[in-house]
Design a binder for this molecule. Structure first.
Ligand SMILES: O=C(O)Cc1cc(O)ccc1O
Ligand SMILES: [Fe+2]
Length: 435
């Protein structure tokens, strides 16, 4: 049995949890008593304004060995390839863009060193939009911890297995699972495999929540009970540690003489969580036509405009395809929303070549896209039978704000400069004489 299997979780999206690593550490019936058992310090942590409506309010009470204020002076450090919106270093083209996966590093690289920002939108300072990073690492975060004041972090692993030790406790993630760490929560990442690679969406806006179900009813899509939260776990260690903090678009670090993962008990609903994407209850047509991909939304961060997302996290999982008299892959389209896609495993139905696991594509606001030429030929002539799509798991970060690639994304070696050739073979077939 691996360490990953031995971890226990609490379940239920956004529940008000109570968890203690030492019996009696959690105050009963109040949040901040004069003295806390075990002489712990009380600290409130929130991801929404105090005054946010109850339905969206997120906050947690920590009972910890030392309050977070016990840390050294910050100094700016190099941002490496990490960027923050607004991206001003490059002009955003309307072009359709695609990338190969980033390399697994050969030099010692931990999670922070292994982050490359590919694109961002909105404005972190104004709490709107997001950034999309790719990560690849081969080393644990030894003696250092990370904290991101700019946004909530959605991890989409593509290979390898990670242990996220957070202030709220431990969770593991591997390909096919996702995890979300609240804005500003401190954590450390270690590897359960030799290397790991994946995607990371940094959400500057409203915290992610489960989308509405509308007429589908009380069940289906992502079900609340499948979201897993860590139980309290702490380390009581002293030493020469570093806390790296991303704040307002820049990286800083400060010395800290103890582990900041010293929360012995906590209660609240602002906490990291994980979700196994195979639990997604896929709902799709059983008659005809290809519905909009919003049916595959796992999590959403809304803007103040009803129904218009700051960020939708959408997946294209294994599923049955039964639509009759239908062109089954995505139709050709031009959308208001901007779409950044990645592939966790297998092949995506609209693009059988060039869109590979670990790679990515970007189709911005109104940029035309859809199936490559060969896929069109096949899908428009195939004898339609019920068919199970196996060995496939693509996803999309979709946003109302135009997604600006970074200079690295535009000029780095991963960019596929020939991407638009996948549509060039599409022939004119129009014949005014035969309907
Ligand atoms: O562009 C894409 O491949 C994503 C997508 C999938 C789909 O089924 C319908 C619309 C859409 O943007
Ligand atoms: Fe699309």
């Amino acid at each position: 049995m691996s360490v990953a299997d031995s971890l226990t979780y609490m379940t239920g999206f956004g529940n008000e949890f109570e968890t203690e690593a030492l019996s009696g550490a959690l105050p009963k019936g109040q949040f901040n008593p004069q003295r806390v058992n075990y002489d712990l310090y009380t600290e409130q942590f929130n991801s929404t304004a105090f005054t946010a409506p109850r339905s969206s309010n997120r906050r947690t009470w920590f009972y910890r060995i030392r309050p977070s204020a016990v840390q050294g002076e910050y100094q700016a450090i190099d941002n490496g390839l990490i960027r923050t919106a607004p991206i001003t270093e490059a002009v955003t083209p309307p072009s359709m863009l695609r990338w190969d996966p980033i390399d697994i590093p050969t030099q010692k690289t931990d999670f922070i060193d292994g982050l490359i920002t590919m694109a961002a939108n909105g404005n972190a300072n104004g709490q709107s939009g997001m950034a999309i990073h790719h990560y690849a690492l081969n080393a644990n975060m030894d003696n250092r911890y990370f904290c991101n004041a700019d946004g909530e972090m959605l991890f989409v692993p593509q290979q390898g297995e990670l242990l996220l030790f957070t202030e709220c406790g431990k969770l593991t993630i591997k390909a096919g699972e996702i995890a979300v760490v609240p804005r500003g929560m401190k954590f450390q990442i270690s590897l359960f495999s030799d290397t790991a690679r994946g995607y990371l969406c940094e959400n500057y806006g409203d915290p992610l929540h489960l989308p509405e179900r509308g007429p589908v009813g009380a069940n289906g899509y992502s079900n609340d009970r499948d979201f897993q939260y860590p139980v309290a776990a702490f380390e009581d260690i002293e030493g020469d540690f570093t806390l790296v903090t991303k704040f307002n678009g820049n990286l800083f670090q400060c010395p800290i003489g103890h582990s900041p993962l010293d929360v012995v008990a906590w209660t609240g609903n602002s906490a990291p969580y994980k979700y196994d994407l195979s639990r997604f209850n896929v709902i799709n047509t059983v008659s005809y036509d290809h519905p909009d991909p919003s049916i595959f939304t796992v999590l959403t961060s809304q803007t103040a405009t009803p129904g218009v997302a700051n960020l939708d996290f959408v997946i294209f999982p294994p599923r049955w395809m039964v639509a009759e008299n239908t062109f089954r892959p995505p139709w050709y389209h031009r959308n208001l929303m901007s779409e950044y896609m990645g592939l966790i495993e297998g092949v995506y139905d609209a693009k059988e070549h060039g869109f590979v696991p670990g790679g990515a594509s970007l189709h911005n606001c109104m940029s035309p896209h859809g199936p490559e030429a060969d896929v069109f030929e096949k899908a428009s002539t195939v004898d339609l039978q019920p068919q199970r799509y196996e060995n496939t798991l693509a996803f999309m970060f979709e946003s109302r704000f135009v997604i600006s690639p970074t200079a690295y994304a535009l000029h780095g070696k991963e960019r596929q400069h020939n991407y638009i050739e996948c549509w060039q073979k599409i022939q004119k077939k129009f014949n005014p004489k035969t309907p």
